[in-house]
Design a protein around this ligand. Sequence first.
Ligand code: SF4
Ligand code: SF4
Length: 442
Amino acid sequence: MKFFSRQKSFKGGIHPVEYKRLTSNLPIDKLPIPSKIILPLSQHIGAPSIPIVNKKDEVVAGQLLAKQNGPISVPIYSPVAGKVLSIGIEDTVSSFAKECITIQCTENSELNQLPKLDVDNITSTMIRDRVQLAGIVGQGGAAFPTYFKLTPPKDKIIDYVILNGSECEPYLTRDYRLMIERPNDLIIGFKLIMRALNVEKGAIGIEDNKEDAYEILNNLVQDDDSIEIFKLKTKYPQGAEKMLINAVLDREVPPGKLPLDVGVVIQNIGTAISIFEAVYWGIPQISATLTVSGLGIKTPKNLSVPIGTPIIDILDYCGGFTDKAKRVVVGGPMMGITQHNLNAPIMKATSGILVLTEEEINKVEETNCLRCGKCIEVCPVNLTPTKLARFSQLERFADAEENGIFTCMECGTCAYICPANIQLVQWIAFGKNKISLAKKAG
Ligand code: SF4
Ligand code: SF4
């Protein structure tokens, strides 16, 4: 019998108010099919998918609507039956307008499944091919095509896969619910990932505010020496890839390098479930599990939602706004994006919709830097955020680069702790963007 209870963590980080109790006890509910869905052709990092349907075409649920466009891209399937209303530019939750296929939903048809696989004799190639065919993207935020991540370059030796069960952003509880509601599917999905990469060791890192998820999964793998469950300290940003690798394996990912440079691939809880569904049930990635929370929404929920559903339909299903609602954010409060158009659709990697009140936003006036050093203390990758922000403000981009601006993962930890409320991340992001544009222009 094995029993792992290592409370591990990383240097720096913060402890924001969690607000997870608003939804942590709520089982995942299913949103009814909306009247219209809007599917961006770019819901992932990489080239936008290429539409293969036309305006006025009738489509069924599970039908291929847009094909993969090159190695870093994914296909897109319809989550509903209906008629193509338009193919054109629409607002999306990413704060950029993108080309989208809009479908007027009709009565739901039976799902058009992917071809059945011989799961008893499955090979790593069959798993990778299925992940590619199903259009699965990482659900940890970046939406990187999973097929690509499961196919590392030949010169990179991967010996460990980590499943990220930390869910360190406040409010979000969808990964927690998936861990306690579907632990068997999750472990099968995780083993498929390990098999796809031909890796024999796997770990799941879970923050210690999810004790029951830890217990359930630990019991499930008791007799399985290939998977360890690690209990991690509850601290933001525990779920950032570099922090997670450091906490679980004591390996340091050097600045400018990737997890695969230290032999690790990280996958998200939702991604493992999607892989399970694609391999065992023939379901492409057509839905997202997300948390709808905040003191500004009447009935917070954990929900399974067809991708492409407009935010407003989801908020209506959750009872609409309270009187104090001030801001709608897609994602978590630390790295999420404030929304200006509630008709924008959720995408494959959407993890949450928050409706925040003034009290939660805690808006205070920005003042001059107090030189307190708190931002330096908490930065998990040892940067000096105040300096980087200042260099960006002054357009001293060479200095910003020399001081590691590209090591910043925009986790928001420094801005959260700053007593002067300086928009540190915005300034750093501005600097990174300017430097990148200048490099592209040559
Ligand atoms: S946003 Fe960047 S500078 Fe600020 S704490 Fe996170 S990694 Fe450090
Ligand atoms: S936390 Fe804010 S006030 Fe303190 S040193 Fe950093 S930027 Fe200045």
